[in-house]
Design a protein around this ligand. Structure first.
Ligand code: GLC
Length: 455
């Protein structure tokens, strides 16, 4: 009987399709954690979207939105001349804001490259400006010890062999229309171009810390891993730069080594993102206003409190924040971006200890109302971010035996642990609750932070 069952099972197993785990490389979880260690420690990076779209100055998707063909976009290439470009200034501003890494668009969907490429004429070095913008950028950021990331758009609306699809400026309403326009276009040739350019950026600029590929949209008149040749691409990337950290937009979900972190965009996750119930590495990318590229008339700029909450909340859920600047066509960060960066820097200067090296607090610590918690495992310190400044008494439940010492982070001034002050008629503290006595006046910090040194 038993052997019959075994044989049936065996037959069934051979009939079942085998889904071999696809592999770009073998890496244990511990090795991955180690490879990403600097990134999970640093938490805060600068995204930079810069290209010809800075000239129309009305969103980097302007070609898509206004259905602009190559001929009509040519004028921006002719006019491009960022005479005030000084990446040393950019690097200084990133550094002062507390950003530890930076990711720049080496090529966006429009197809124009900031770097010098053997495979195209559509590049900064062929404009009036006449220089490899990426080279100068890399040198400047590296000089200030900021880690280097390259965004490269898988999409290319300029390349003659990139087939017209549903997000292309020349998109069509019918299958017939697509067939007509795509006659003579050969995605294979584009694929080769894309691989060649990625090889260029990963071989000509020394060590690259991050590669940010963007993006896939499978389905009808879309593009997926077959179009990009993602498996071969990622194998090449890992071969050229074994230490590199790569995002997840090449349509390789489920492939070992296909992407290192997930990328919720312009979206606040409700909790630490998971795949198959397992917490994953994640980075949210966000803009100061609605657009990634410089947008002159865009007015929905987040205020400093929103920006700080974005950063703190991200770390409180175990993630990274990549915050974007879209430089102007003269090559500078506009005043609004500079103000936001300055404000973030003012806060980070005194409070970055609650960001770097921090993560979600263990479950045993419950965030009091109107606060966000972060936690540093190494130092065993808990950070309580006061989003809405409390009135003198600040009760933390179940924390009495856990706190060794409490202070404000920004000035290291002691916060006394004492009985609640006032007539708390109906309020009974639990045996293991603790009250921190805060000054009436809110410290001069947008979001004050209490640092708890734990037993
Ligand atoms: C989107 C957009 C793009 C932007 C990117 C940043 O995928 O296509 O314009 O570069 O998000 O994450």
């Amino acid at each position: 009987m038993k052997s019959k069952i075994a044989i049936t099972l065996l037959i069934l197993m051979t009939l079942m399709p085998v889904h071999a785990q696809e592999n770009i490389w073998d890496e244990t979880e511990a090795q991955k954690r180690e490879r990403l260690a600097w990134w999970t420690h640093d938490r805060f990076g600068m995204f930079i979207h810069w290209g010809l779209y800075a000239l129309p100055a009305r969103h980097e998707w302007v070609r898509n939105r206004e259905r602009i063909p190559n001929e009509d976009y040519e004028k921006y290439f002719e006019q491009f001349n960022p005479d005030l470009y000084d990446p040393n200034e950019w690097a200084k501003m990133a550094k002062a804001a507390g950003m530890k890494y930076a990711v720049i668009t080496t090529k966006h969907h429009e197809g124009f490259t900031l770097f010098d490429s053997k495979f195209t004429d559509y590049k900064a070095i062929n404009t009036t400006y006449g220089k490899d913008l990426l080279k100068e950028w890399v040198d400047a950021f590296r000089a200030l010890d900021i880690k280097i990331g390259f965004y490269y758009s898988l999409i290319d609306w300029h390349h003659p062999h990139f087939t017209i699809d549903r997000i292309h400026p020349l998109r069509q309403d019918s299958d017939k229309g697509y067939a007509k326009l795509n006659k003579g276009r050969d995605m294979g040739k584009y694929r080769e171009y894309l691989h060649n350019q990625v090889r260029e950026i990963l071989t000509k600029y020394g060590k690259v810390d991050i590669l940010w590929l963007d993006f896939s949209y499978p389905g009808k008149h879309g593009k997926d891993r077959e179009d990009w040749g993602s498996m071969e691409l990622l194998k090449m990337v890992r071969g050229l730069q074994p230490g590199i950290i790569v995002n997840n937009r090449a349509d390789l979900e489920g492939v070992n080594g296909g992407g290192d972190f997930v990328t919720p965009e312009q979206f606040k996750v409700p909790e630490w993102p998971t795949i198959n119930d397992k917490k994953v590495f994640w980075e949210t990318c966000q803009t100061f206003s609605g657009s990634w590229g410089y947008h002159r008339d865009e007015n929905t700029w987040k205020n400093i409190k929103q920006l700080l909450v974005l950063l703190i909340e991200t770390v409180s859920k175990g993630g990274n924040l990549l915050l974007n600047v879209g430089p102007t066509a003269r090559g500078v960060f506009d005043q609004r971006a500079q103000n936001s960066l300055n404000n973030m820097g003012d806060w980070m200067k005194f409070n970055s200890r609650s960001i770097y090296g921090c993560t979600q607090a263990p479950n045993e610590f419950k965030a009091p109302p109107n606060t966000l918690l972060t936690y540093n495992r190494k130092t065993n310190r808990l950070y309580v971010h006061l989003l809405d400044y409390p009135l003198q008494n600040f009760v933390m439940k179940g924390m009495k035996d856990k706190i060794k010492y409490a202070q404000f982070l920004h000035d290291a001034s002691e916060i006394k642990i004492s009985k609640p002050y006032g007539h708390a008629f109906d309020f009974k503290m639990g045996a293991n609750d603790v009250n921190l006595s805060l000054p009436v006046i809110k410290p001069d910090m947008e979001i004050p932070v209490i640092e708890l040194i734990l037993h």
